[in-house]
Write a protein that binds this ligand. Structure first.
Ligand code: ZN
Length: 184
């Protein structure tokens, strides 16, 4: 890590992780709780720019493609969007730090329809660490767009998860072999 690095923490919310979350990764997501919290805390405390890129959907949005693909999840204004467990505690403790930024997103990729790229370029960020869920959906799509924009990628293996184990393993290989990511 260096001062040109940022952490993008993706969708580790109640709906995506809790046993009764609306689109949960269940045990796979819960298994990374300690590691994602610890890694995130280290990043924030080292001064790294840390973005919580969090899904935010309107209920019954008939124009959004995910409405037909998935059960409703991370609806704006619901507790399903709160950061889960130990990572939630890290976020609460640091939410007002100048290097911590909460960013709503509406699509899989944290870049789509957001000001993320501008925020990163203002800070001369060249390297991105991606954590969260799901490895093969939102983390993957964010990684692909980051690759296309010229960022170098780093993926902490113990801080990403998916409800689809095959998809998870496929995405890990794709990060490394196709997107040139460093798996740590
Ligand atoms: Zn979504």
């Amino acid at each position: 890590m260096n001062s040109n690095s940022a952490l993008i923490s993706i969708d580790y919310t109640y709906d995506f992780v809790a046993s009764d979350g609306l689109l949960t990764t269940g045990q796979a997501g819960q298994a990374i709780e300690k590691d994602i919290a610890q890694f995130t805390q280290e990043c924030i405390e080292s001064g790294m720019y840390t973005v919580f890129a969090i899904d935010g959907h309107d209920s019954n949005d008939k124009y959004h493609p995910e409405t037909a693909l998935f059960p409703a999840h991370n609806i704006v204004g619901t507790s399903g969007r709160e950061i889960y467990g130990a990572l939630g505690e890290v976020y609460s403790a640091h939410r007002n730090d100048s290097n911590v930024y909460w960013m709503d997103k509406q699509y899989y990729s944290a870049f789509n329809g957001t000001n993320l790229d501008v925020k990163l370029r203002q800070r001369h960020i060249t390297d991105l660490y991606l954590t969260g869920v799901c490895t093969d959906i939102c983390v993957l799509h964010t990684a692909i767009e980051a690759y296309n924009k010229g960022y170098s990628l780093h993926i902490p293996r113990r801080a990403v998860a998916s409800f689809n184990e095959v998809g998870h393993e496929w995405a890990m290989e794709h990060f490394q072999n196709v997107l040139g990511a460093q798996i740590i």
